[in-house]
Design a protein around this ligand. Structure first.
Ligand code: C2E
Ligand code: CA
Length: 434
């Protein structure tokens, strides 16, 4: 009888899918370790499967098998007694005893990364994925179990969001995290307070003769009591909090209203390009919202271009493609933003409901000196021509870049060579008045 109770107790400590000890056991282990050997250093870390793993979610059985195999792989490196299952099914928790510095931890990190991303055998030989990690050192970064948990989570969150290969906590990361939390609070208040501090700037999009055909509407935010915050900092926070839905609706409405006024004032049919984040596209009322904005302003879809990134398209391809089709049915043009930096292969392009490719700034930057980047631009150019797509190069700063891109067949240009993004008033003064 006691034998059976012991067995049951042992089973309850373990995760049914991976057979690993649970987080609860880990917490006990960490507390005991710190209490009994306060002077012995160790690392604590979270290993979370990456976005490629998340995309296998349609095949739940495969995911389970892959999780089990991944657990075995990690075990080989850290040892069975130091590996635990997190409460999340796509996450493992590890302890690495005896390490006291980043240099000592690096080889473990590298081994784990390499091992986890090794190819899999059947039934998953067609799948590949990696992981993100967040680690903190005891006692350098954290002296309590709670701090170890918090700081490794902070490191994981920040590196995951930045798509960075980093993994280890530092004071600077802690400060970045606090700044983010502060901004989150200020932003929630500001959005609720009539979008306090938010405004829109417009950057011209030109043809080979530098005639302005369109503009990109870009958000700016002077955070109350904080100063100007770059969109690369505040957009991810807006996405994380869901505030992007409100902000996205506001920029869509305001920039179409702006275009309507410009058209009435100048008689010139300028169009506007608005960025859409994947969170917005996933929102079930997004299409209706766009339709009602156009209707309420009495404008046709042809005045609007929506910019989506490759990763947005890859998230839920079928769902997103359906929505983009509906938008195109309204006359709206779809631009694939930051093209070349994401996952889609060139041959996949013809299956996507898009009209324009925006060649990412990183290819444009050294196009004159880096043959590889020039080759990429040439390949994009030739394939988009055969699929009847328009190409636009962004981040063009110099005349020789401009000339080369036009020579290669690029249809439109955006960048400081023409103008940085400017306020609506300046835009109409400089680009719309004859
Ligand atoms: P993006 O969509 O790739 O926008 C282009 C960025 O490049 C803009 O940065 C623009 O100011 C900058 N840029 C344009 N030409 C040049 C150039 O010649 N040189 C250099 N160095 N930069 C140039 P910005 O305005 O800081 O926006 C950054 C990102 O924030 C945008 O990247 C976009 O992803 C996001 N963002 C901005 N406004 C919105 C918005 O309304 N909604 C959403 N979802 N995202 C937005
Ligand atoms: Ca854009």
């Amino acid at each position: 009888m006691t034998d059976n109770v012991d067995k049951l107790n042992e089973l309850l400590k373990r995760d049914p899918d991976t057979g690993l000890y649970s987080r609860h056991i880990l917490l006990q282990n960490l507390s005991r370790r710190i209490r009994e050997n306060p002077k012995s250093p160790f690392a604590y870390g979270i290993i979370r499967m990456d976005e490629h793993y998340q995309r296998i979610r349609h095949y739940r059985d495969r995911q389970k098998i892959l999780l089990y195999i991944t657990a075995q792989r990690i075990k080989e490196i850290v040892g069975e007694e130091f590996l635990f299952q997190s409460d999340r099914s796509d996450e493992f928790l590890v302890i690495i005893p005896g390490v006291n510095s980043e240099e000592e931890l690096d080889p473990f990190f590298q081994n784990l990364m390499d091992k986890i991303s090794e190819p899999y055998n059947q039934p998953a030989s067609d799948l590949s994925f990696g992981c993100h990690m967040g680690m903190a050192l005891y006692p350098t970064h954290a002296e309590t179990v709670e701090e170890l948990m918090d700081n490794s989570e902070i490191a994981l969150g920040i590196f995951e969001q930045r798509h960075d290969q980093g993994y280890i906590y530092s004071q600077a990361l802690g400060e970045a995290h606090n700044r983010r939390r502060t901004l989150e609070t200020i932003m929630t208040k500001a959005v609720g307070n009539n979008l306090q501090g938010f405004h829109i700037v417009y950057q011209p999009l030109v043809n080979e003769d530098k005639e302005v055909l369109s503009c990109e509407a870009l958000m700016r935010w002077d955070a109350p009591g904080f100063g100007s915050v770059s969109p690369d900092s505040f957009i991810p926070i807006a996405e994380e909090t869901g505030l992007i839905n409100t902000l996205g609706h506001w920029i869509l409405y305001s920039s179409i209203l702006q275009v309507k006024k410009w058209r009435e004032e100048t008689g010139f049919n300028i169009t506007v390009s608005v960025n859409v984040s994947s969170i917005q596209l996933e929102y079930s009322h997004y299409i209706e919202n766009v339709r009602s904005v156009l209707e309420s302003l009495d404008m046709d879809g042809e005045c609007l271009h929506l910019e989506v990134t490759e990763s947005t398209l890859m998230d839920e391809p079928e769902e997103i493609v359906k929505k983009l089709d509906e938008l195109r049915d309204m006359g709206i043009k779809i631009m694939l933003d930051d093209f070349g930096t994401g996952y889609s292969s060139l041959s996949y392009l013809h299956q996507l409901p898009i009209d324009t490719l925006k060649i990412a700034k990183e290819f444009v930057d050294d196009i004159l000196t880096n043959q590889k980047n020039l080759d990429v631009v040439k390949a994009i150019q030739s394939i988009s021509k055969s699929f009847g797509l328009i190409t636009l190069a962004e981040g063009v700063e110099h005349q020789d870049q401009f000339d080369l891109l036009i020579k290669e067949g690029c249809n439109m240009i955006q960048g400081y060579i023409v103008s940085p993004p400017v306020a609506a008033m300046e835009f109409s003064e400089r680009f719309l008045k004859k």
